[in-house]
Design a protein around this ligand. Structure first.
Ligand SMILES: C[S@@+](CC[C@H](N)C(=O)[O-])C[C@H]1O[C@@H](n2cnc3c(N)ncnc32)[C@H](O)[C@@H]1O
Length: 283
């Protein structure tokens, strides 16, 4: 007998899809847009108006961008049409008339044509799919060309000792109601990080979900990445024409014994444990 698909496993939960579980556990578009606004103010002064979200998936970030300020515009680019379609219905659709300020295109991020923008982002490590230097440099060159003069390119990355080890990290999320009204039951998110190949730094990861009192959805998402390191990324950004790049690392909350959510520009970053940082490149 064939293994049940994620859609079959989720069928008893009305309207629930993997996208709801992914967004509730992986994405924090509110914090991402806060960071974009803060860093633009710091480096450029004023507010950015136009955004391009590469690897946008459901375009949750585009939706948050417009929700904050309906005079803005956003462009989302992703290869996967069914995911874009879900985003149009469940995220952009919630913006009402302002939904027309978001344009989603099914294209490769390296060749997508959109008007030039103030800010372009590649979040949740999506550019790690480019495993060769030449491919990543081509992507960075295409970002450089699609930014306005003085535009900023923001990406995130993870690193540190833990990023190079096998890891299964489980995080519980309480029951919640999605912005589209869907009831999301309590579930646990499993980040399953396999062994890193030191020769080419290839890394395979999976996301699994376990619904409380319900099914486990194994390998809901799979990633075959290269675990890029900061100096390589910064060198490739410079080769692609960016005039400067900066690392923004999170501070530490001693009382809570966890990262404090406050990202500051840093010249030194300890490689202890694991970290997630933003890398910001200036056109
Ligand atoms: C990890 S998801 C990112 C979803 C969301 N934007 C986030 O930040 O969590 C990666 C997305 O990249 C898309 N993708 C992969 N390669 C691509 C390419 N070359 N051009 C455009 N999209 C691509 C996939 O279809 C997938 O939706």
């Amino acid at each position: 007998m064939n293994k049940p698909t994620p859609a079959q496993l989720l069928a008893p939960y009305i309207g629930l899809s993997l996208h709801h579980l992914y967004e509730a556990s992986v994405q924090n578009v509110d914090a991402d847009v806060d960071f974009i606004e803060d860093v633009y103010e710091e480096l450029r002064g004023g507010e950015p108006g136009s955004l391009r979200e590469d690897f946008c998936g459901t375009a949750a970030l585009c939706a948050e961008w417009i929700k904050r300020d309906p005079t803005r515009v956003a462009y989302g680019v992703d290869l996967d049409e069914p995911t874009l379609e879900w985003g149009r219905k469940h995220r952009i659709g919630l913006l009402g008339d302002h939904g027309s300020q978001v344009v989603l295109s099914q294209e490769d991020v390296r060749t997508a044509k959109s008007p030039t923008v103030d800010v372009q982002v590649a979040f949740n490590f999506s550019y790690f799919i480019f495993t060769e230097r030449a491919a990543l440099r081509d992507y960075f060159s295409s970002v450089h060309a699609s930014l306005n003069q003085g535009g900023l390119f923001l990406m995130d990355l993870f690193g540190g000792v833990e990023s190079e080890q096998e890891l299964l990290e489980k995080t519980r999320y309480p029951a919640q109601v999605d912005p589209d009204g869907t009831e999301v039951p309590e579930f646990t998110y499993h980040w399953d990080q396999h062994r890193l190949n030191a020769i080419d730094r290839s890394l395979r990861c999976f996301i699994h979900f376990k619904i409380k009192g319900g099914p486990k959805i194994k390998k809901a998402f799979r990633y075959d990445w290269r675990l890029w390191m900061l100096p390589e990324l910064r060198e490739l950004l410079a080769q692609a024409g960016f005039s400067a790049s900066h690392v923004y690392a999170e501070g530490w909350d001693d009382d809570a014994d966890e990262p404090d959510g406050d990202f500051k520009r840093k010249k030194r970053l300890d490689n202890e444990g694991g970290y997630v940082s933003y890398l910001v490149a200036e056109r």
